[in-house]
Structure formats: structure tokens, C-alpha cells
Design a protein. Structure first.
Length: 418
């Protein structure tokens, strides 16, 4: 793209960088707009990324293409790198932040976190099954002609409603090859509402319940109180702890790719893994929990972690939002969007009341656990801003692994049974 008669030439990687940071700036500005005290926050970046993908994705593809015999476009790969890098930054930061008090918090609240995590995924699964029966009664919709194709679509919608990449991958691996594109379409349709609904939910609940945020912060601080201290005489690899952070990502990326076969086909069939996100978070939790090896400090600077967390969240939202906008505009169908809304909204509301009245959890632990149980990175980022404390990360980190395993299994069982 040439501007001002060729004076400014924006092509290739330069065009990609221009678009990337234009989306970041406009998205952050949009996220700061408040209507009756409610704002999109960092999800504003996601909205702008969706709009960019819907209207300008072809232009991005043309600028990031390799001309020649195969005419390959690298736009999808570039955005996947941005998304994965963002997830690594965010998940590792959360692991380091939650790590010092993680074990103590799990000892106090383990049963509640496990129960809520499993309940949320179970409710999502039941919502998906309900949508399957509704579809078989009133019609599949779109161009789908058979029950197997519709089930593949629903499994994609459920993974999108939960914003769960592992569930999406497991569903694609389980369905027949001819139905895999339907899983992708369903994921893209439900993902948008899945992100925005959870971001708004964690802002609306404190307002609807007229919660005293000072009191809620006091409650969660008491629950997460720990006697751990940091020895100021420890040796730091560097001022901000970037070296230790890189070590956690290095080890976590390896752990996250370890595969456990779930079928008789072995590694050729469906496999479970923590994924890069889960591996990085687990590694950071362990390093931060112990805090040191000899005299070597294993905890990065708190301010650096906050910066990594914010950059990671923004990169993730861009990497997921731009291709999501392109897919959404191409494959949107109103009925499928409604199904996705059901699979997001029903577990959110029911899970909240279950945690509040059955598990007797305090509000910030409930919301933190819900963001982990529904594997929502953007909602956690918003919740930390709303709560005014990072203590909510403990609930997220405790519930996330349970939900990760449960959602992979539930998505596969739905395809096998229905």
C-alpha cells in the first residue's frame, strides 16, 4: 500500500506492524469508553480486531503472501505466532503471580474449586446436548444435512463458547475429516460472544449485587494470606527477571506438548496435552512457589509481570480476533449464534449461583474461579481491574487445570455419544 504518491510505502511486514498497532491503539481507546460504569476494557482490542478481520483480512493476506508457483499466504501463521506469544506471556505471568500462595490456597479451597470447575464444564456440555436435541427437532440450519455434521457444529460452538483451544483441537481430531470445517466454523461463531459475555459478566455481578469491593478484597486477602516472604539477598539473573521468565516459557512449552493418548489408536488418534498455555502456567506456578534454587531468585519483578500480563493479553486478543472476524463474517448464521449464547450464558449464571449458595464462596473467588473454569483469559484481565487486586488469580489458576481436562473429555464424549 502506497500513500501520498508513493512517499510512504506500507507493504509486507511493515503493513502488518502498522495494522497491528493501529488495532491496539483504537482497541484500548474503545475499551476505556464507559456506559453506566461498564467498559469493554482490554476486550475493546478484541472488538477492533474482529472488525479489522471482517473488513481488511484479504488486504492483510495479500501483503503477507509469497509470490511464486504456490502463492502462499503467511497471514494466518503470523497471527498464530502473535496469539501464542500472547498466551505464553499471559499464562506465565499469572503462574508467577499466583505461585507464592497457590498451595496454601488450594489446601483451603481445593474442593470448592474442583467442584465449580467440573460443574461449569458439565453445564456447558448439557447445554450443548440440549442444543443438539433442539436442532434435531426444528432442523439443523445452514447447509448441514445430517446429524453427524450438526454434532460437529455444536462441538465447535461449545469450544468457542468456552473460548477453549484444547477443546477445539480435541473436537477436530474426533470428528470425521469431512466435518472438521464445521467444527472450525462453530468455534468462530461462538467465540466472539464467549469472550465479550464473560468480560461483561465479571463487571456486572459486582454492580448488580451492590458489592462492597473493599470488603470483598478483604475477604479474598484473608483466604489467600500466606506467611511466605522473599529473601532480598537472593541473586537475580537480571533486574526485571526476564531470564527466569524466559526459563519458565522454555520449560513450559516443552511440558505443554507432552501428549497422552486417549484412544486405542495411540498417538495417531486423540491425545490430551496441557498445551503451551497450561504448560507455561504450571511451570511458573512451581518456580514461583519454591521461589529459589540455592541463592538464585526464581521470581521476576512484580511490575515486569504486570507488563508481561497486559502485553500478553493484548497480543492474544489480536491473534484470535482478526482471523475470528474473517471467519465470522463468512459463516455467520443466527441460529448457531443463539446456540453459542446458550452454551456461554447458562453455565455462567447457574455456576455463579451454585458457587454462592451451595459452595458458599465469596464473590471475588467465585468470579476468579469462573474465569478459570470457563478458560477465559480476557475475563480474568478485566476482573483484576474490577477487583483492584491480583488475588483473584489464585482462583483462576486453581480452577483452570481442572476445566482444561474436563472440557477436552466432554467435547469428545458429545461427538462419540451423539
Amino acid at each position: 500500500m502506497n500513500l501520498f504518491g508513493g512517499v510512504v510505502s506500507l507493504t509486507g511486514v511493515g503493513f502488518f506492524m502498522f495494522c497491528l498497532f493501529a488495532v491496539i491503539f483504537t482497541g484500548i481507546a474503545l475499551g476505556r469508553v464507559k456506559i453506566k460504569g461498564i467498559a469493554l476494557g482490554d476486550a475493546g482490542v478484541f472488538v477492533m480486531a474482529l472488525l479489522f478481520g471482517a473488513f481488511f483480512y484479504p488486504a492483510l493476506e495479500s501483503q503477507l503472501s509469497v509470490k511464486g508457483a504456490y502463492n502462499v499466504t503467511l497471514a494466518e501463521n503470523a497471527l498464530e505466532i502473535i496469539e501464542t506469544l500472547g498466551l505464553c506471556f499471559f499464562a506465565t505471568s499469572i503462574g508467577f503471580i499466583a505461585g507464592p500462595n497457590f498451595i496454601e490456597n488450594m489446601k483451603k479451597n481445593c474442593k470448592s474449586f474442583v467442584a465449580l470447575g467440573i460443574t461449569l464444564i458439565f453445564l456447558s456440555g448439557m447445554s450443548a446436548v440440549l442444543c443438539i436435541f433442539i436442532g434435531r427437532t426444528i432442523g439443523f440450519g445452514g447447509s448441514i444435512k445430517d446429524a453427524e455434521g450438526f454434532t460437529a457444529m455444536i462441538s465447535g460452538l461449545m469450544s468457542g463458547a468456552l473460548t477453549s483451544t484444547p477443546a477445539f483441537s480435541a473436537a477436530k481430531a474426533t470428528v470425521l475429516e469431512k466435518y472438521r470445517s464445521l467444527v472450525s466454523v462453530g468455534y468462530g461463531i461462538a467465540y466472539i460472544y464467549g469472550v465479550i459475555a464473560k468480560v461483561l459478566f465479571v463487571q456486572l455481578i459486582p454492580k448488580i449485587t451492590k458489592a462492597d469491593m473493599e470488603e470483598e478484597r478483604r475477604k479474598i486477602a484473608i483466604n489467600n494470606l500466606s506467611g511466605r516472604t522473599t529473601d532480598k539477598n537472593l541473586l537475580n539473573l537480571d533486574k526485571n527477571g526476564i531470564g527466569v521468565f524466559a526459563l519458565a516459557v522454555f520449560i513450559g512449552a516443552f511440558i505443554g506438548r507432552i501428549r497422552v493418548p486417549l484412544s486405542s489408536e495411540g498417538f495417531e488418534g486423540t491425545c490430551f496435552s496441557l498445551t503451551t498455555t497450561g504448560g507455561c502456567m504450571l511451570t511458573a506456578l512451581i518456580l514461583s512457589h519454591f521461589g529459589r534454587i540455592g541463592k538464585l531468585n526464581l521470581r521476576p519483578d512484580a511490575n515486569a509481570l504486570r507488563l508481561f500480563r497486559e502485553i500478553g493479553l493484548i497480543f492474544f486478543l489480536i491473534g484470535a480476533g482478526i482471523p475470528g472476524g474473517a471467519e465470522f463474517s463468512a459463516n455467520f448464521a443466527p441460529m448457531y449464534f443463539v446456540y453459542g449464547m446458550m452454551m456461554t450464558t447458562l453455565p455462567l449464571i447457574t455456576g455463579y449461583f451454585f458457587a454462592k449458595y451451595v459452595l458458599k464462596m465469596d464473590m471475588l473467588n467465585i468470579l476468579g474461579a469462573i474465569t478459570g473454569g470457563m478458560t477465559s483469559t480476557p475475563a480474568l484481565g478485566t476482573l483484576m481491574d474490577v477487583a483492584g487486586t491480583e488475588d483473584v488469580t489464585y482462583a483462576y489458576a486453581a480452577t483452570y487445570p481442572i476445566a482444561l481436562i474436563a472440557v477436552v473429555l466432554v467435547s469428545q464424549f458429545i461427538i462419540i455419544l451423539f
